[in-house]
Design a protein around this ligand. Structure first.
Ligand SMILES: Nc1nc2c(ncn2[C@@H]2O[C@H](COP(=O)(O)OP(=O)(O)OP(=O)(O)O)[C@@H](O)[C@H]2O)c(=O)[nH]1
Ligand SMILES: [Mg+2]
Length: 243
């Protein structure tokens, strides 16, 4: 760790499926003070693991046991040793230089720092109109059902204190993972703060997400979680989004 700005340890979990061409860009944005980087490989058929290892001595590689981004993140989170866990993508969409804003939100009192492309200061070069519309509709349904004030439901840039992993009890395999985290964080009464984030376009390669198939998985998750038994009543203590 170099010139750590905070007296806590920070792990970054990076799910990667055939992202060898993008990893040099992604890792170049990671601050020097990050304690641990965990690459969760989805049995890539390109040089993802070799490239990542060469770029970052000390990198930890987890090979996921099932398929899907949700499974990858769940297994990466379980392996992380930091006080704080940050999740970013491996395709160049999420900028590691924003990690400081997420960690600052947690240090200032949030339990869960949730990236938002729609919060003031955020944005996206990557969201197609159809995906943006779908995301807005799913965000609206979630806010209605859970009393949250989220502005961006399906976004893969988030950070949280590792001690809250048990409260989220993550148990899904696919792209609905971010939704599950957002809903369960709210159900657990975690203090959630949105962090403005600018999403860039994937640099190389093809998306693994299918808007209709994965949108339906997200919707099913939102509806199903309403009836899931929780230890405590749904009580959302959400701080206002930061500017
Ligand atoms: N380990 C692992 N990583 C995955 C899997 N599916 C997606 N990912 C990674 O999760 C991140 C997000 O996936 P993307 O395919 O970029 O999905 P997306 O961001 O919605 O799609 P684009 O906007 O087109 O980039 C990337 O880093 C992927 O490599 C998987 O099954 N296993
Ligand atoms: Mg992407």
């Amino acid at each position: 760790m170099t010139d750590a700005p905070f007296p806590v340890s920070v792990s970054v979990v990076v799910p990667a499926l055939n992202e060898a061409a993008n990893l040099p860009h992604v890792f170049a944005t990671l601050p020097a003070w990050i304690d641990e980087v965990i690459l969760v490989d989805g049995n890539s058929v390109d040089d993802t693991v070799a490239v990542a290892g060469a770029l970052r001595p000390g990198l930890r590689v987890v090979t996921q046991t099932r398929r899907g981004k949700g499974n990858a993140l769940t297994e990466g989170f379980a392996a992380a040793t930091g006080d704080i866990i940050v999740m970013i993508d491996a395709d160049g969409s999420t900028d590691g230089r924003e990690i400081i804003a997420f960690v600052t939100a947690l240090i200032e009192g949030a339990d869960f720092a949730k990236g938002s492309r729609y919060a003031p200061g955020g944005g996206s070069d990557d969201l197609s109109p159809i995906r943006s519309l779908g995301n807005k509709a799913l965000t609206l349904v979630t806010n209605r059902l859970y009393g949250t004030r989220y502005t961006d439901l399906c976004y893969g840039y988030n950070a949280f204190w590792a001690r809250h992993l048990d409260a989220m009890a993550l148990d899904c395999d696919g792209f609905e993972i971010e939704t599950l985290m957002n809903v369960r964080a709210a159900q657990a009464g975690l203090v959630i703060r949105e962090v403005p984030s600018h999403e860039r376009s994937r640099i190389h390669g093809a998306s693994n997400l299918h808007a209709v198939r994965d949108g339906l998985r997200v919707l099913r998750t939102i509806l199903r979680e309403r009836t899931r038994r929780t230890d405590r009543p749904v009580a959302v203590l959400q701080e206002p989004a930061t500017a």
